[in-house]
Design a protein around this ligand. Structure first.
Ligand code: NAD
Ligand code: UDP
Ligand code: UDP
Length: 318
């Protein structure tokens, strides 16, 4: 379906009141589009989008994507799904339903409208990877019955559905595999490592490293990721992905803890806690495809992004 009004589009963002979704809504409004934010506020909050509510081009709808949805839009970004292990393991059946039933509903919607649709997939589809760094061709090493499976397998099945709607119904799809992303509006209690370390440091509590702290992750600042989303959505139809998006700078959790301690000036000390089951030992995106297709690569160094995130947590939660 084309737009009757020229360049601007009506864009639906599911999970739009979450961490990434709220930044995406903000960006799409700034680009001049109408934005429909669909969220059940399970992990997101109205606070994240409060500053957008006065914009007449913005609309917020409370809705659970596991139920059908009938609206008229030109483009869809499907981000609805709890993303941190603490949140997605709280109600694992609902997590799988959100990924799988949610994908079926938004794909059915996109099919009816002929709308372009982007899926927020994840580096978790690679599981505990045996190939490092992870290129898109790698099929992954996922435990299908472990505590992370509700998320990992849900997201894998959602990718399957996206590619089958593409092959079977000719739907224009875009699948991005997001690697660990951080920034302002992360949930303070979601248990993810960046928000945990910063909150602990600001409160003067012990910094909890799981295991020895030698496991690695690569952290992307939210603005860099959103730029990648928007550029990929704008590429010609044959570019379906899956496309890795993330920052290839790799750090151990010990290095991250030391950075947070230095940047906050905290007197907090490091303590070690047991490593969660199935915790991937290493993770770093191979972003060669995104670089060549989008002319994109992350610009914000970890120290700068952490400073901005620390400033947000300090102003909002202390
Ligand atoms: P988030 O928890 O802040 O956002 C998820 C949003 O989805 C929340 O607003 C939540 O209320 C909403 N939601 C959950 N279940 C829903 C349902 N059934 N119906 C409607 N809305 C629902 O997490 P985030 O970090 O912003 O993640 C956004 C998306 O990006 C997720 O799909 C996540 O899997 C993916 N992702 C994020 C990262 C990351 O590092 N932040 C990495 C990989 C993938
Ligand atoms: N769907 C929806 N909104 C729409 C169109 C479809 O929520 O505008 C849902 C619908 O409930 C259906 C699902 O998307 O269960 C898949 O739709 P599709 O047309 O692919 O399959 P079918 O309706 O044949 O099951
Ligand atoms: N982690 C940690 N301390 C914390 C929270 C997490 O050491 O307080 C570790 C966790 O074991 C994992 C890494 O940090 O190895 C990233 O965890 P997160 O939950 O942020 O994301 P994911 O495991 O999904 O990449």
């Amino acid at each position: 379906m084309g737009t009757l009004r020229g360049y601007d589009k009506r864009i639906m963002v599911t999970g739009g009141a979450g961490f990434l979704g709220s930044h995406l809504c903000e960006r799409l409004l700034a680009d001049g589009h109408d934005v429909l934010c669909v969220d059940n506020y399970f992990t997101g909050s109205r606070h994240n989008i409060a500053h957008l509510l006065n914009n007449t081009r913005f609309e917020a709808m409370r809705h659970d994507v596991t139920f059908p949805l009938y609206v008229e839009v030109d483009e869809i970004y499907n981000l609805a799904c709890p993303a941190s292990p603490v949140h997605y393991q709280f109600d694992p059946v609902q997590t799988t339903k959100t990924s799988v039933h949610g994908a079926i509903n938004v794909l059915g919607l996109a099919k009816r409208l002929g709308a372009r649709i982007l899926q927020a997939s994840t580096s978790e589809v690679y599981g505990d990877p045996t190939v490092h760094p992870q290129p898109e061709e790698y099929w992954g090493n996922v435990n299908p019955i472990g505590p992370r499976a509700c998320y990992d397998e849900g997201k894998r099945c959602a990718e399957t559905l996206f590619f089958d709607y593409h092959r079977q119904h000719g739907l224009p799809i875009k699948v991005v595999r997001i690697f660990n992303t951080y920034g302002p509006r992360m949930h303070p209690n979601d248990g993810r490592v960046v928000s945990n370390f910063i909150m602990q440091a600001l409160k003067g509590e012990p910094i909890t490293i799981y295991g020895e702290g030698q496991q690695t992750r690569a952290f992307c600042y939210v603005d860099d990721l959103i730029e990648g989303f928007v550029r990929f959505m704008g590429t010609p139809e044959q570019h379906t992905g899956p496309l890795n998006l993330g920052n290839p700078g790799e750090f151990t959790m010990l290095e991250l803890a030391e950075k947070v301690i230095r940047l906050t000036g905290t007197s907090s000390k490091i303590v070690h806690k047991p490593l969660p089951q199935d915790d991937p030992k290493q993770r770093r995106p191979d972003i060669a495809k995104a670089k060549s297709l989008l002319g994109w690569e992350p610009k914000v160094p970890l120290d700068d992004g952490l400073e901005r995130t620390i400033a947000y947590f300090r102003s909002r939660f202390l």
